[in-house]
Structure formats: structure tokens, C-alpha cells
Ligand binder design. Sequence first.
Ligand code: ANZ
Ligand code: ZN
Length: 872
Amino acid sequence: NERYNARESEPKWQAKWDEAKIFATQNDDPRPKYYVLEMFPYPSGRIHMGHVRNYTMGDVVARTMRARGYNVLHPMGWDAFGLPAENAAIERKVAPKAWTYDNIAAMKKQLQTMGLSLDWAREFATCDPRYYKHQQKMFLDFLKAGLAERETRKLNWDPVDMTVLANEQVIDGRGWRSGAVVELREMNQWVFKITKYSQELLDALGTLDRWPDKVRLMQRNWIGRSEGLLVRFALDPATTPGGETELKIFTTRPDTLFGAKFMAIAGDHPLALAAAAKDPKIAAFVEDCKKRGTAQAEIDTAEKQGIDTGIRAVHPFDPTWSIPVYVANFVLMEYGTGAIFGCPAHDQRDLDFVNKYQLGNTPVVCPEGQDPASFVITDTAYDGEGRMINSRFLDGMTIADAKEEVAKRLETAQLGGAPVGERKVNFRLRDWGISRQRYWGCPIPVIHCEVCGVVPVPDKDLPVTLPEDVSFEKPGNALDHHPTWKHVACPQCGGKAQRETDTMDTFVDSSWYFARFTDPWNETAPTTPDVVNRMLPVDQYIGGVEHAILHLLYSRFFTRAMKATGHVALDEPFKGMFTQGMVVHETYRTADGHFASPAEISITVEGDSRRATLLDGGTPVEIGPIEKMSKSKRNTVDPDEIIGTYGADTARWFMLSDSPPDRDVIWSEEGVKGASRFVQRLWRMVNDAAEIAQAAPASRPDSFGPDALTVRKAAHSALDKVLNGIERLAFNVSLAHIREFSNNLGDVLAKSGTPTPDMAWAIREATVILVQLFHPMMPHLAEECWTVLGQPGLVSEAVWPQIERDLLVEDSITLPVQVNGKKRGEVTVPRAATTAEIEAAVLALDAVRQALDGKPVRKVIVVPQRIVNVVG
Ligand code: ANZ
Ligand code: ZN
């Protein structure tokens, strides 16, 4: 037989699937639905190996579930808004829309060569007004429902690019593109009220049992619930700038109150501003605090700094105890009350702070087993468990009891006619700021009127579309610079008004696309209730762990907000979530220190050692560490080239074969070649088997001889194990079982000669099963094999083979054997063996005879199915 030619075969089958429209999903299909979704791509221009891995996994699930009789929904689209399109416009003078759609066309073509079982009829791009029109409608619904609001917020402002930056875009206090020092600016922006759902989003994590634990943990930490106490400290009015009398703080450690050494307030706390107004040194420090991003990582790593305001607070349990109040750069106005008391012995930030300003520390929690007298804190704060010390009435208590005691006492204590303490649950989660001062995004559909204020764009005027005649000459928001677009008449009073020129964060676009896929044809509403509620939730969502927090959390919020506004009837959009690992590759460095790309080098393997040389000239190249594929390290491989050389099936197989799917996979030329050889081997085997299969009886023989039975058992056991692996998304395990089974079958074929009819029948059955098992991973090869085997129709449409459970029962059993209580060996007996037969087999064992060393056997105890004990 000839070699399998992927280059001819793959396009042929893709065209056949297309013609037969076998992956088009009908919403009214009566079978149970199964929704498989991979995170849709940003149209950057080309697909990369990460996409290949992601979509291959999704495709395996989709094809398997389709074969198993589900109405599978497996759509694809484009996350098409975002900054790179504007950058291209600035740098290359191409319109963002043209750039985006060109990229989509190029990437779609690439995806189509992968042989994915996608329903392309549902494809859309989020930059299409037919999509974002509905997003605008939902924005207005959210506005009405109080789920969208305007809020004044401090944001990272890049004065050169004239735009707000996300925290991740501020690097060492500077804008990532412009390099300009970022300012904190108070700005009016639109937020979605995700904090209304803080508790619910947290609680519901408990129901997501098909999500990775680490993703749930990341979400939990991001939501950041903490139980604590609000405490009002009295201030000495003689020391305050405007005669203020109290300072309210939030603490999660009220137990440590007797270890307090200072109070600290945020640079923009009203008290700090009042103090700054009176003292230029404080004013200078407050100014300084503004000159940094809002990113938590930055705050955590920055040196702790502060300035004494001269203000003095009074300890809530001791009127004679005066505590200095500092302005400190590590206290945020946005969290709690923007003020804290500092207990340096038990909080590292506070300890760093007091060590710098020589305020001292007093430990108040002593670890169990430590002598309190010798327990000293110097550079490392103690945040573990223990008993209270140096804390008057709290001494000897556990932390939990001390917290409770302090809470109780402060709840009843009075200050100015109100309780001093109040229990409070705080969340770290902030409302979701969605305003972006950018052109290439979904316009926020409101109009600002001097008379009427914020006026929603009337439904009949939706969508508010982006103008296409924009210029990117000036920095900043091209929408804002447009000569006419924003000038409109107020829909309410008809007076002069202006459109909102902010557009939505692109995370909004990706927060509901999965719902839109269920009925992308609905022109009048974002969703069609009976369809969306039947097709959602997504049963299996697959994507990168980099989206584990924001995208998933926003989608969970958005689904709840859509429920509140009548667009869906469920809370959780993703029933199963899977985060795939990265695709990594060796790096190569030439003698002059440059990176060489895998395409430029050749590898020779000699025994255990591998050498790399430049293809051009043959000079040796150093093989460097394995790293995430990236342009800068030049260690990327191009899916197009791989598919062109080896075929999509080989690429898909190798992608799944080597590593557990949640781990990184090392892409290597040798690995791909191995996969390619396996493809040829399967092809030869199936052709060999096909000759035997032709001679097999059409109907199932009444009985099978032992050899035929062995073949059948191997096939059904593979069926069981491969499916089990796919169901657990342990694709590498499934692939290993397919390999093992094919090796097995290969041996049988090599030895079969002219098989008996029952054997021929068993071989045909096994080969058909084999092809069906590898079809989800290598669909083109499988179709070709299916034809060779003379099977009707397409394997992509074939029903998953039925497992015959009775073939799975192991017919022998292995029992451990002990002699006088010590394990000496094992015995393998037929499952149906009697006690007498087992005894005989055990006593015949060499190991048992040796252990007995000539002594007579006093007793043999057989614990059925478990163990055999020989007493000598
Ligand atoms: C005293 C104390 C003693 C604290 C101690 C901790 C340890 P979580 O768990 O994240 O909620 N804090 C409160 N508001 C803050 C703000 N706006 N900026 C910076 N820090 C703030 O953290 C709560 C703890 O973080 C609070 O408990 C407070 O310090 C600090 F041994 O109060 B603690
Ligand atoms: Zn008006």
C-alpha cells in the first residue's frame, strides 16, 4: 500500500464535511445538548500553537460527544475589538476595521486547515454592529436596573498617550507604551456593579465542581472576602487640623489592638488632605503618593513610607494611651475606610514601617510552646496562631476568642453617642470600570445634555455605530477628535448635546459571546429565551489560565446581570472549565548571542546527546532552556508550516500525546516526526486489516475461539479506557491507550495468516473500533481508513461503538501470598477458582516452599478475592 498523503486527504475531507453540513447544529434538535467552547481568539493576524492546542482539545470533546449522540454546539467567532487594531492604524496607517477583518480572513483560513468540527454558520466578530447593537441594548438595561452607574474614580492616566491605563499597563510607574510617568487622576467613568454580587459570586464557586480548584481559589482571592471590625478611634481635637474628633478604621485583627503602635491614613484620606492644607511637608508627601499606579503589586513592593501628621488618636481601651497618626503610602483610600491601626509585631508591612520610623513593637500573640518572656520580634512579623500576651483582659485567649471579646466590648462601648465598634464584611472586589478612551470598542450608548444630564440613546437609534472616517494623527481618543460624530441633539429636549465618546472595555464583548452563539441570528434581541436557556450553560469551556480571573468572573457577573434584565434564566455560564497548559519549545543561541529559530536549525541525536547546527553553514548552535513560545526568543513554530509539512492530524496528535493537557507541552521536531510515523503505521495496519475484514462473515459468529476472544477483549477494553480518558480530559492517557491497542492489533495482524471466520470478524470489529477511537484526534486519517474498511458514510457521523461490558471482566485474579504474616509472593488463579484450587496453587509456589524451609504447613487461610495466608 501507498503512504498516507495528508496533503491530499485533509482538504478533501474538509470539503466533504462542509458540503454535508454535518457540524451545523440545529437548535430544535431533540437530542440532549452538549455545548463545547474554546475561548475565542483575538484576530491578531495568525494563529499560534497555543490556539492549535486549545482548539484540538475542544474538537476531541466535540467529536466524541457528537458520536455519543449529543446535539453538540461547537461555535467559533472573533474577539475583535481592542488596542492592537488602533496601534496598527497609527503605525501602518490601515483602518482598524480593515486590519481586523483581514486578520479574521487569514486566521479563519488557517483554522479551516485544522479540520475542526465547528459550526461556522454561527460565526461573528464582536466589532460587528449586529453584535454590539445588542451589547448596547443590554448596557441600557443594566443602567435602568442600577447595574451600570457613573462613578468618580482615581485612574492611571498616561499624559502622553492621553489615555487611562489598566494596572497591568503601568510598569514602574510609567506608561507601557509612552514611558511617561503615570498620574492618578480623578475621572468620571462607567462601572458595572459587580460588587452587588460579591457574596453570591463567592458562594457559587462552591457549586462549580467541574472547575479546576486553582481557578476557583484565584477567584476567591480576587473577590477577597474578609470579616473584620470597623473601629472609631477618638482623636485629640487639639492636634487635628480642623478640630476633627474621630478616625474610623477597618481591621481584620481586632485581637491585636494592644499591639498598636501607630495609625495610618491614605494620602487622599480627608484627614490627610486637611493636614496637607496646613503643612507643606505633608502636602509634598501627599503629592508624592499620587505619583504611582494603583496596581497592588507595585504597592506591595514599594518601600513603606509615611509622615507624621502630628495628629494623635486615643486607644479605645485606654484613654491615657495616645497613638500617632501617619499618612502612609501603603494605605489605600479604596479599601475599607482608607485608615488603619498598625500592629507591627503581627503584620509585615507595619513592621517594616515601624522599623523605618523607630516606633517599636510589642508582640501580643505568642506561639504555643514559646516562652512569652523571650518572644521578641525584630524583622519578621508573626502572623500565626497562638495565645494572647501583653493584652490585659485578653491575655491567655486564642486569637479567635480575643477577636470575639474585642468585638463584643467595642460594640457596646460608646463614642459620641454611637457604638465604637461595628462588625463588617469587606470585599476586595471593586466595581468593574468599563470606560476606555479608545476608538476601537463598543460605543457606550448615552448622550450628555447640559440640561437633561445623561440621556440613554433611544432603542430605535441603536446601534450607535463607530464612524469609519477617523484620523489617528493626534494622540488620544479618535472618537473624541472626530469633527462631527459626537455632536447630536438631545433625545429628550432636542438641545445641543454630545455623545459619550468612551467605549467599552473589550472584556464586556467577551462576557456574553457564549450566549449569543446560541442564536446569533436574532436581530431584535441579544438572546432568544427558549433557545439560550436550553443551550446554556457551556458544558465544557477550555482556555488559557491567564483568563482564570477577570474574563471568567466578568462572564459570571454578566450572566447574572443578564438574568436580572431578562435575557437569560441562569446564573452560571460555564458548567465545566478547563485551563490548558502552554506550548513551550527549546531556545537556540548562536555564537554571537542571537536567538535562532527552530526553522533555521537542524538537530542531530546521538544516543542521549543532541546537537544543533545552523542549516545555513552548519555552525554549531547552543541549545538553550525550554521556554514559552515567543517572538522575542524566536522559539515559535508556525502552525501553517507544521500542517503543510506533516498534516493537521499529525499536529493534533502530537499536541495531545505528550503531556497532561493542563501542563506545558514541549513542542519538538522529533516529537512531530514520531507522531507522523504513527500516522503511517496506522494507515498500513488498517489497510492490512481491511483485506482480512473483507473475508470476514457479515453476521456475528455465534461463538469465538480464545484468540478471537482476546482480540475482542483488547478492543473493548481500549474503548472503555479511551472514553474514560476523554471524559476526564486526560487526553494523553487516552492516546497512550490507543497506541497500546494499535500495537496489540498490529501484532495480531502480523501473526494472523489466514484467519478463521471468527478471528476475521473480531479483527474487523477491532479495527473499526480503533478508527473510531482515534477519529476525534485525527479525523482526516480516520475518514480515509473508514472508507478503506468499507464502512458506510462518514466516521465523523458514525455512532460511538457500544461497549460490551462482559468482555471487560478480568477472568483471572492475582492475590498476594503471605507466609507467617510476611509477604512472599503472588498467585494468579482463575477468578472462578475454588478454595482448594487456590491452596494447591499457593503451595506449589517456589517462594512459599523456600519460606517454609521444610517446615510442615499447619494451615492455609484463603480470604476470597483478597489474600492468602500460609501458616507454617
Ligand atoms: C490591624 C492589623 C493587625 C491588621 C495585624 C492586620 C494584621 P484584608 O484581610 O485584606 O481585608 N487594611 C485595612 N484597610 C486598609 C487599606 N485601606 N489599605 C491598606 N491596608 C488596609 O486586610 C485587612 C487588614 O489590612 C486590616 O487589618 C488592616 O490592617 C489592613 F496584625 O488592622 B489590619
Ligand atoms: Zn436635554
